[in-house]
Structures are given as C-alpha cells and as structure tokens.
Design a protein around this ligand. Structure first.
Ligand SMILES: *Cc1c(COP(=O)(O)O)cnc(C)c1O
Length: 349
C-alpha cells in the first residue's frame, strides 16, 4: 500500500509543529509536572452517576455560582474550560493575534498561537527573570498585540512579575491582557482578580491543576462580562464534563484541606530554597510557585543522574539551557531529592 504524506495534507502552520511532549518517564518520585503531591479525598455525589446518560450542564452554573461568590464577581464574569489550556485556545480563537508573551514562559501560548495560524511574539525576560519592561512597552506600541499573556508567578521561572510593570502593560495595551494565575495560590503577591473592575481589558486565568485536581482538567477565566460573552461564542458546548464539575464543586466545600496542603507546599518550598542556595554550583531563582528553577552547568547530566536515582524533575532543554525545574513534593520526596542532588553535585565537583 502506498503511504500517504499526511504532513503535506496538514495546514501550512501545522506542518512544522511537533506534538506537545508530555514525556512519561516512570520514576519513583515524580517532581516534573508541578502537580500537587497530595490527592484530595473527595466523595462524588451518587446523583451524578445516575445521570451519565445525560449531557452535563453546558454552563456549569452551580460551579460558576460558587466560584463567583469566592472571588467576589458575578457568574457572568466566569467561563469554565477543560483545563486552562482550552481557555488559552479559546482566547486566541476569539481575539486572534499578534499574541505577545515574555520568554521563557508557559509554552502553550506560543504553541496555540501557531496552531491557530496567529503570530506569536516572545520578548526575552531580563537575567533576573523579571519583565524587560522597555522591550515589552516598545513591542506593544509597535505591534499592537491583540493578546498579551503574562504568567505570574511565571512558569518555568517561578518568580512573580512586578505588579507595577503588569499594570503599565494593561494601561498602554489596546488588546486583552491575560494574567495567568495558575500558581497564584502559592504566591506572596495579591491576585489580579479584584483589578478587573478597574481594568476591563484584564482577564485572569485560574486552574485547579496545580492545587490537587490535575486529573479533572478544570480551568476558568475571570473577566468583564462583555469579554466572557465573546469567548463563549467559540466555546464548544459541554466542554466541561459532569464528573469534573461535580468533583470540583465537592472540593470547594472542603477548602480548608486544600489550603492546608498549599500552606505546607509553600513552607516546604522555603525550606528547599534555603537548602539549595547552600549548594555550590547551583543558582536558585526565587520562587512564588510550587516549583523552583535551578540553574547549573551540565543540567542534562544532573537530570539523567537524578532519573537513575529514581527522581524525575523537568529538564527545560533549549527553552532554558542548563536549568532544571523541580516541583515541591511531600517532605519525604523533597528530602530524597535534596539528598540525591547533593550526592550528584559532590561527585561532579
Ligand atoms: C500548568 C499551567 C497551565 C495549564 O493548566 P491546565 O488547567 O492544567 O490546562 C496554565 N498556565 C500555566 C502558567 C501553567 O503552568
């Protein structure tokens, strides 16, 4: 049989892409994906299981009502997504490009822009991992991006961007500024959700993925109701399934458990950062997230040695050369990581 060149059949902007590698290297200790190390114990309302023949609530009304109350906004200021990844795609579908973001940052902004045939513009961060404000402002003035994505705290660097810089970007922007708060629960900085009132072009992204519910794929957008109305036009009907809606609602009824886990992760992060700063040959980027970025020579070799020791962290490869991103795990996992890293660094020095 003749083979078909499907790549040639794909749209021009898809041909040069490669599928997002969620590499699954099996390891005893998994500190590579910024997940919570603790699975929450939630019970599922049996009523949900008795209605599996029915489509889910297309609006997610019950969940939106609860989230609206929590954030002090109206339910029509919320849009639910099958993960915030889906919402990123909806935003670019709705508003188009150019799409502007600092680099390094969350890779899906650029990947999704390319998938949708929109130009993506990455503005390098400064060496202290803060926004290069002069370059950001110049790019906004010159290119008039329809969308700007600012992950704060930023993935993969872990630091929060300066609030004044973000506010200036919102003020001078003629498009939408999306502040991605995937890691906000771990941050010392305040959320931008209350600022939506002042800045109608500001939209804030949140997710349950980093606070214990990655399996459910549930993210949400908080914005002006007019902005939500536009994005709702491109949202697929029933994009959030009934099990995810019900389980997230149940988890919101036990907020204290979630808060306690977040608090422990933050305290572990501070302990880890202190230990790591004491290790020669390692540069620790200050973190407001549930992970820490480490810069070191020969990160590839250290990454491989950690895998050999049963510990998986994220090697950022060409995105951030010579840097490893380690997710904060349980105290036991963190201690195992620190011991393994200390041994590896000693052997290599
Ligand atoms: C993990 C992550 C997301 C993806 O969240 P999902 O809700 O799991 O799709 C979005 N933004 C940033 C910055 C992230 O690190």
């Amino acid at each position: 049989m003749k083979t078909i060149d499907f790549t040639a059949l794909a749209r021009q902007n898809i041909r040069s892409l490669t599928a997002y590698e969620a590499k699954e290297i099996p390891c005893r200790i998994k500190l590579d994906a910024n997940e919570s190390p603790v699975a929450p114990v939630i019970s599922l309302d049996p009523k949900v299981l008795s209605r599996l023949n029915r489509y889910p609530d297309p609006q997610g009304s019950a969940l939106k009502k609860t989230l609206a109350r929590e954030h002090g906004v109206m339910p029509d200021q919320l849009l639910l997504g099958n993960g915030s990844d889906e919402i990123i795609s909806y935003l670019i579908t709705t508003f188009g490009g150019p799409v502007l973001y600092p680099v390094p940052t969350f890779s899906m902004y650029g990947i999704t822009a390319q998938t949708l045939g929109e130009p993506g513009i990455g503005i390098p961060l400064q060496s202290d991992m803060q926004l290069d404000q002069r370059k950001m402002v110049a790019a906004i003035r010159k290119l008039a991006p329809k969308l700007i994505f600012l992950s704060t705290p930023n993935n993969p660097t872990g630091n929060a961007f300066q609030r004044e810089a973000i506010e200036e970007i919102i003020r001078i922007s003629g498009g939408i500024v999306v502040v991605d708060e995937a890691y906000q629960p771990f941050s010392r900085e305040k959320s931008f959700i209350p600022d939506i009132k002042r800045f109608p072009r500001l939209a804030v992204l949140r997710t349950f993925s980093k606070i214990g519910l990655a399996a459910l794929r549930l993210g949400y957008l908080v914005a002006d109701s007019g902005l939500i109305t536009e994005v709702n036009k491109v949202r697929l009907p029933y994009n959030v399934n009934a099990l995810s809606q019900a389980l997230v609602l149940a988890s919101l009824r036990q907020k204290n458990e979630t808060r306690a886990v977040v608090k422990e992760i933050v305290s572990e992060r501070e302990k880890m950062a202190k230990e790591l700063r004491g290790m020669p040959g390692i540069d620790v980027v200050p973190s407001d997230a549930n992970f820490i970025l480490l810069r070191m020579p020969n990160a590839d070799a250290v990454h491989a040695a950690l895998i050999a020791a049963g510990i998986l962290v994220r090697n950022l490869g060409s995105a951030v050369p010579n840097a490893l991103r380690v997710t904060i795990g349980t105290p036991k996992e963190n201690a195992a990581f620190l011991a393994a890293l200390r041994k590896i660094m000693k052997e290599r020095s």
